[in-house]
Design a protein around this ligand. Structure first.
Ligand code: ATP
Length: 432
């Protein structure tokens, strides 16, 4: 029997398999042997909060990409109303553009074929375009952020400053004045304004240095376009921000990008949800393509954006989506090696958890927190009993059915960009 994770029995009767994607196969135990049986699908009709956990190398980036591959293959009428946005903090998802010849044999066993994902777009920060071109990855578009969209506190968090320090208080005051006195402004405008202030010269230098640094990130322009460019319907939009890893405070910059864009998406969807509801009320109106698509946002290494012991520029926008994103129709897929480090809201609010193997005490503890809603057994004991020690094997905890499913996640049809580099360089898959 087919399993659809995240779908109620009512919806199963109404829609059958429509609006679901293939994600794997269930393990069943017979006479102490594990074998693959039922096909496992994931509901994509409703918004969800999905947590993908697993220690290094167990397959969480692979699973995340595999889910988005299946999303890219939705039927046309659903695809036109959908947009995927992956914040690629590690620079590993651009390989979706290439077929996974490496796993051709495995794919064949699953009735699948290596395939490139035609409807995915790689988008990079405009100011880093040359750097990305130098490493030869295929690029479809560029993006920028508008400095006037940032609040004082967002700048402070991005610069990793203590919000109660003198410099942080000055920066917040400056941004407040900039907003009061201007419709839009560039980073250079912030610097010019600061230079004219009658304040201690050391403080002035420190502030202008922070903003000069920000200007060098190639991220900001007062002419930045709207986020529509990042939420193209029918596409998996991959925002590669991995090159910030090389800059000091790189995670703060990445988190700023995640936070600002997520916030904008949330407000756009709130507005368009009202438009859609009006369309649904007036039965004379045709329910065509949405003006702004339903969005699936994915973040790998999500404990960096949403940690449980500090605030980042992404914290507030992501918490808002976690708590209120259902209504405007935003799904969040968060992958992490360290669920024990994630903000507790993720642990308490996730309606679907895909857990590959974890071993660290703290991570087991937070997953057990979720497990206790399903069974009295500990997650590691349950895993040892019901899952083989194989990459891509995971327990799926489904809040809708209140059940746990041991699953082998499907292999990827497009090339996996996050695999470990080996010292022996050989295309073993060509040697048959
Ligand atoms: N469902 C799967 N089917 C087949 N192989 C898989 C599957 N999932 C993962 N693998 C294999 O496991 C390897 C590691 O997966 P992946 O890179 O996603 O690990 P990870 O948990 O994200 O690790 P890291 O934390 O280091 O990023 C992949 O290169 C792939 O070979």
């Amino acid at each position: 029997m087919d399993i659809i994770i995240g779908r109620s029995l009512d919806d199963l009767e109404k829609y059958g398999l429509k609006g679901s994607i293939f994600i794997g196969k269930e393990y069943i135990k017979m006479e102490n042997a594990l074998s693959l049986a039922n096909t496992v699908y994931l509901d994509v009709n409703l918004p969800h909060l999905i947590l993908i956990a697993g220690k290094r190398g167990q397959g969480k980036s692979y699973t995340l990409a595999s889910i988005f591959e299946s999303l890219s293959d939705l039927e046309k009428d659903l695809l036109n109303n959908f947009s995927g946005l992956i914040f690629d903090t590690m620079g590993i998802f651009w390989t979706m553009k290439f077929p996974n010849y490496r796993d051709a044999e495995l794919l064949e066993k699953w009735g699948l074929k290596p395939k490139s994902i035609k409807n995915c777009r790689i988008i990079v920060p405009k100011g880093l375009l040359d750097e990305y071109r130098n490493i030869n990855i295929p690029i479809d578009d560029v993006f920028q952020l508008n400095p006037a969209d940032l609040s004082g506190i967002e700048w402070v968090l991005t610069f990793n400053l203590d919000p109660t320090s003198n410099i942080a208080l000055y920066i917040q005051k400056i941004i407040k004045r900039m907003k009061e006195n201007n419709n839009g402004y560039s980073i250079q405008d912030i610097i010019s304004y600061t230079e004219k202030l009658d304040i201690d010269s050391n403080m002035k230098n420190a502030i202008t240095t922070y903003f000069e640094n920000a200007d060098s990130w190639g991220l900001f322009s007062e002419k930045a376009e709207s986020i529509r460019n990042l939420t193209k319907p029918g596409y998996i939009n991959i925002l590669d921000i991995s090159l910030y890893t090389a800059i000091t405070g790189g995670w703060s910059i990445k988190n700023l990008v995640i936070g600002l864009i997520s916030k904008k998406i949330f407000y756009q969807r709130l507005i368009y949800r009202k438009v859609e509801e009006l369309e649904e009320i007036y039965i004379s109106k045709e329910l065509g393509t949405r003006e702004f698509p339903l969005i699936w946002i994915a973040i790998d290494e999500a404990h960096e954006a949403l940690p449980n012991d500090s605030i980042t520029p992404a914290t507030e926008p992501l918490i808002q989506i976690i708590r209120e994103g259902r209504q405007p129709g935003i799904t969040l897929v968060l992958a992490t090696q360290q669920p024990g480090k994630m903000h507790t809201d993720v642990i308490t609010q996730s309606d679907i958890v895909i857990s590959h193997r974890v071993t660290a005490e703290r991570d087991l503890k937070s997953l057990n927190e979720i497990m206790k809603n399903f069974t009295a057994q500990d997650i590691d004991i349950y895993m040892n009993d019901n899952l083989p020690k194989k990459k891509g094997a995971a327990l799926i905890l489904d809040d809708k059915s209140e059940r746990i499913y041991p699953v082998q996640m499907k292999p990827r049809v497009s090339w996996h960009g996050g695999s470990d580099p080996t010292l022996i360089r050989k295309r073993l898959w060509l040697e048959g």
